[in-house]
Every structure is written in structure tokens, then in C-alpha cells.
Design a protein around this ligand. Structure first.
Ligand code: NOJ
Length: 559
């Protein structure tokens, strides 16, 4: 493979958080080098050329690593037992350093996941906290007495808060004879951010990883760090699916104290040029997301992550976000992640015959065009570049802990389905592992894998590569303002991206029939010239005031 040409001069290093594309790696499922069926850091290092640095690479700007810290895996790493270590199943700190060097050597940044709302119950802090009501760690978690026993004799919890993973948010601890709070599993006790020692320790974690060379952080459920100081019960509400939605979550998240903490955390991150954070908005809306966005600090607002295959749905999601954000706050665009169904499955027709599979892949290319041309920083989820589909795993076979707790009060999607092993080749173990994989390989791995799609010029993978290259060389796509254009055909979504005197026209046909799209005049003295089409339209074709889109065609025409 030949080295890639130098980075676009349009994307100075400090702007990558805004102009760039981030690739999420779920380490358990990316590549396994020791044959235990669980991915590892060495496996990621082996596949860095897939991501950046070569002419055949995808060409992403950063990776985001889901947690790789020591963890008993009650929530597959989102229960951290040591914030500064690497779990031996993933490798060592030396492997992490090699990974950072390998990324940086390819011009790629490294964003790591910080899970600071809660630790693992195995963390030494929690063990110390549980062991004494008066020791130095006594107040590191949120402990409360019971208001008394119920008529059945059990201790009553301090308030009505629910765990997002089912049941009460409070668990009784025999050692302390008190309840502790957990927004997620009982094995994920919430840290007490109101304790200055906790604040100092967790901000120290941020500093340590910055010193170790990371370029940013994804902040797990950051808007739930603070709870109401008096721990008041949430007001009840009527309707919704499951007990979580029968409350208005006004006291167990989104507290005003968050603003000061974020300012402090951002100041630490901003001390070093080119660093960034992206906060995962927990169970919130655009209204809560908008004020938390700042330069170098993005928020996942989830506008796009559960939409059906419909131009109208995307149009209204983009309009709602534009209305809530205005021209300032910079969006983070995500179609798939480790918590949600993969969009290739979400968007695919229900049938599984070859025509439906081909139609699903055509839709995946349209979706890729949308993700990589909409205003905002794009986040890809490993495997989406080959349109990896959900695994089919029944709830009874789930390893995802909340899926195992699911019941009618707590309906839950089985997240195993979106966490399947990456398919690198059609060979044994799909090139993922030589051992039995922790989750099954996808059934279509023999024909849907990186090797095969690399060789097929019309593959989903090659669409991603072309789109990433085009985005990198087109300032309007990286940083431009966005205007959705009215169209007669309801299945067409078309928009303009403009910066300075350059522009890019994007048209997406969601229908499996031809559709007409109207174009505005190109900026003065220029023409709209096709630079990318998912259906093989001749590149360099000039478009005037209208064009016929092929079934499921997406095109980008800069001017
Ligand atoms: C959000 C993460 O994305 C999810 O995977 C995890 O289970 C919860 N936070 C709890 O940490």
C-alpha cells in the first residue's frame, strides 16, 4: 500500500474536533490476537491501516475506544474497577502507548471513554466506602439511611428513583446498613461528585490520560453526574413504556451544578491545544444538549440514531435540531453505536432474499452520504463501513446484563446484537479470532467482510472511502452552513452546505424508484459538478436546475 497524500491544508490540527470523522471501536469485538475470542489492543494496532495512513485506508481522523480499563464486566467495561489501568484481557499500558503512537503516526487522534458517573462495585474506592461509615472513603458514593421498613418488613429506599437498567436505583448494603445509589446496575454505584475529594480524584484521572497522550474523551452519561442535593423523589407521569418513563426525571439528572464542573473539566482539556470532549447526553433532549456544546466540546443529542428509513423523518429531525441549536452549536452525528440497533439493519427491508440484501446495501450507502455530509462531526461505529448487520440473539441467550433483567416493567433491547465481531475476511473466524468468539460471528461474514468489499469497487466500504476523501477535500462539507432545500418529491432530502464562496449540493433519494430533484443556482461563476454518486453516475457530470436521481441514489456535487 502506498502512503496517503498529506492532510488537507484546510483542516488545521486544532479544528479536527469539528471538521473530522471519529470511528468508534468496541475493543471486545474488533480484533483478537491471543485467540481467547475477545478483541484486544494488539488487534486494534494490527488493523490501524484499515482506518488511516494509507491510500486504501478509510481515512478517519480519530478513534474513540469504548472502555478498556480493568473491569469485572457486569456492563462490559462500563463498570470500571481502575480508572488508570488497562484490563489484562485487552493488553497492558505498554500496548496502549503503542496504540497511541500507531494512531498518531498515521495522523489519527485517540479519544477514550471516561465513565465518571459510576465506578464498578469492585473498585477499591467502593470497597473502602462500603466498609466504613466514617473512613476516608465513606462519602465517595451516595449512601442514605432507609426511612423505615415497609409493611412486608423490607427496608424502604430513600426515594422513588429507578435504575435505568431496571428496578429501584437503590440497593441495600448489609455491611453499612444503608442504601447506595446506582443509576445503572447495582454493580455500578454512582460516585458522589459533591465530595471535593471525588472531584479531585476524577479530574486527576482526566489529567493523567492527557499526560499519556490522549486527544479527547467521550464522557459517559455526563448529565447525570449530579443529582438533587436533597435527593427529592421525581414527580410521577402517566404513560410511556416501562417504569423508567413513568417519572419526570427532574431530580436524578441535569442539575445546575453540572455547568461549573464542565467549565472546570473543559479548562483542563483546553489547556492542551487540539484536545476535545464529547458528552453522552443521558435520556435528554435537544433543549438540554444545546447549552452544553462549546468549541472542542460536543454533545451526542441522538437526533438521528433511531429514525426509520424516511426522508421526512430525517428532514424533521434536522429541522428540529436547527431550531434548537441555531447556527452556533456544532452537532455530533451518529447513526449507530454499541447501545442501539445497527442502522444497516434498521434501514434494511425486512426480507432477506438477495434483492432485499442489495437494497439494504444501497440504503446503507445513502445513509453514509447523509452522515458524512450533514453539518456536524460524524461518528462511525465499527462495522458500519461494511454495513454490518445486527446479530440475531434471543433475549434468553443474551449476555448484555440489562437484557437479562428485562421484564414487562423494564422492556430492554438486547445490545449484544449490535456488538458482534468485526468481519475482516471470509476465512476462519472471519479474521476476528482463532478462538470461539465471545459473541457469534455474523451469518453473512463470508460475503460481508473488509477483504471482499475492498476488492469490490461498488461496495459499501468503497463508498465510505470515497465520501471520506471528498469530505476531506471539500471545506463546505467540513465546516459549511447548512440549508435544507424544499423539494416536490417527499422521498428526496436535499441540502446545501456553504462556506465562503464555495458550496456543495447533496441529494438523497430514499425511494426505490427514480425521483426528480431541483437545484438552486450554483455560486456565481461556477457549476454543480458531481463528485460522488452511489449509483455510478459519471463523475464530473454538470447538474443544472433539475436532475433525475436513480432509485436510492445519493449524490454530492460541489461548486
Ligand atoms: C452509556 C453507555 O453507552 C452504555 O453502554 C452503558 O451501559 C451505560 N452508559 C452505563 O455506563
Amino acid at each position: 500500500m502506498s502512503p496517503v497524500p498529506p492532510e488537507s491544508p484546510l483542516a488545521p490540527d486544532d479544528d479536527w474536533w469539528q471538521t473530522g470523522v471519529v470511528y468508534q471501536i468496541y475493543p471486545r469485538s474488533f480484533a483478537d490476537t491471543d485467540g481467547n475470542g475477545i478483541g484486544d489492543l494488539a488487534g486494534i494496532i494490527e488493523h490501524l491501516d484499515h482506518l488511516a495512513g494509507r491510500s486504501e485506508s478509510l481515512g478517519v481522523d480519530a478513534i474513540w475506544l469504548s472502555p478498556f480499563y480493568p473491569s469485572p464486566d457486569y456492563d462490559f467495561g462500563y463498570d470500571v474497577a481502575d480508572y488508570l489501568g488497562v484490563d489484562p484481557k485487552y493488553g497492558s499500558l505498554a500496548d496502549f502507548e503503542r496504540l497511541v503512537a500507531g494512531c498518531h503516526g498515521r495522523g489519527m487522534k485517540v479519544v477514550i471513554d471516561l465513565v465518571l458517573n459510576h465506578s464498578s462495585s469492585h473498585h477499591a474506592w467502593f470497597q473502602a466506602s462500603r466498609s466504613s461509615r466514617t473512613g476516608p472513603y465513606a462519602d465517595w458514593y451516595i449512601w442514605r439511611d432507609s426511612p423505615g421498613r415497609s409493611i412486608l418488613g423490607a427496608w424502604r429506599p430513600p426515594n422513588n428513583w429507578r435504575s435505568f437498567f431496571g428496578g429501584s436505583a437503590w440497593t441495600w448494603d448489609d455491611a453499612r446498613q444503608q442504601f447506595y445509589l446506582h443509576t445503572f446496575l447495582p454493580q455500578q454505584p454512582d460516585l458522589n461528585w459533591r465530595n471535593p475529594a471525588v472531584r479531585e480524584a476524577l479530574l486527576g484521572v482526566v489529567r493523567t490520560w492527557l499526560d499519556r497522550g490522549v486527544d479527547g474523551f467521550r464522557l459517559d452519561v455526563f448529565n447525570t453526574y449530579f443529582k438533587d442535593a436533597a435527593l427529592r423523589s421525581n414527580p410521577w407521569r402517566i404513560g410511556g413504556r416501562g417504569a423508567w418513563s413513568w417519572q419526570r426525571h427532574v431530580y436524578d439528572r441535569d442539575q445546575p451544578e453540572l455547568r461549573d464542573l464542565l467549565a472546570e473539566l473543559r479548562a483542563i482539556v483546553d489547556e492542551r491545544p487540539g484536545r476535545m470532549t464529547v458528552g453522552e447526553l443521558f435520556d435528554g433532549s435537544l433543549i438540554e444538549a444545546a447549552p452544553l456544546i462549546a468549541p472542542h466540546h460536543l454533545v451526542f443529542d441522538w437526533s438521528l440514531i433511531s429514525l426509520p428509513w424516511s426522508a421526512a423523518a430525517f428532514k424533521s429531525a434536522v429541522a428540529a435540531r436547527d431550531a434548537a441549536f441555531g447556527p452556533g452549536p456544532w452537532p455530533a452525528n451518529v447513526l449507530s453505536n454499541h447501545d442501539q440497533p445497527r442502522h444497516a439493519s434498521r434501514f434494511a427491508p425486512a426480507a432477506i432474499d438477495p434483492a432485499a440484501v442489495a437494497e439494504g446495501d444501497a440504503r446503507a450507502k445513502v445513509a453514509a452520504t447523509l452522515l458524512l455530509t450533514l453539518r456536524g462531526t460524524a461518528f462511525l461505529y465499527y462495522g458500519e463501513e461494511i454495513a454490518l448487520r445486527n446479530l440475531s440473539i434471543a433475549n434468553k441467550d443474551a449476555v448484555d446484563p440489562p437484557a437479562r433483567r428485562a421484564n414487562f416493567l423494564f422492556p430492554w433491547w438486547n445490545r449484544d446484537q449490535a456488538r458482534g465481531p468485526m468481519a475482516w475476511s471470509g476465512g476462519p473466524g472471519s479474521g476476528f479470532s482463532t478462538g470461539p468468539p465471545w459473541l457469534p460471528l455474523s451469518a453473512d461474514a463470508a460475503r460481508r467482510n473488509v477483504g471482499k468489499q475492498t476488492r469490490d469497487p461498488d461496495s459499501v466500504l468503497n463508498s465510505y472511502r470515497q465520501l471520506l476523501r471528498l469530505r476531506r477535500s471539500t471545506p463546505a462539507l467540513q465546516e459549511g452552513a447548512q440549508e435544507v432545500l424544499a423539494q416536490d418529491d417527499a422521498d428526496v432530502l436535499a441540502y446545501l452546505r456553504t462556506t465562503g464562496d464555495t458550496a456543495a449540493f447533496v441529494a438523497l433519494n430514499f425511494a426505490s424508484r427514480p425521483a426528480t430533484v431541483s437545484l438552486p443556482p450554483a455560486p456565481s461563476g461556477r457549476v454543480w459538478r458531481v463528485a460522488f454518486s452511489t449509483t455510478g453516475r459519471s463523475p464530473a457530470e454538470v447538474l443544472s436546475e433539475s436532475a433525475i436521481l436513480a432509485p436510492l441514489e445519493a449524490l454530492v456535487a460541489p461548486a
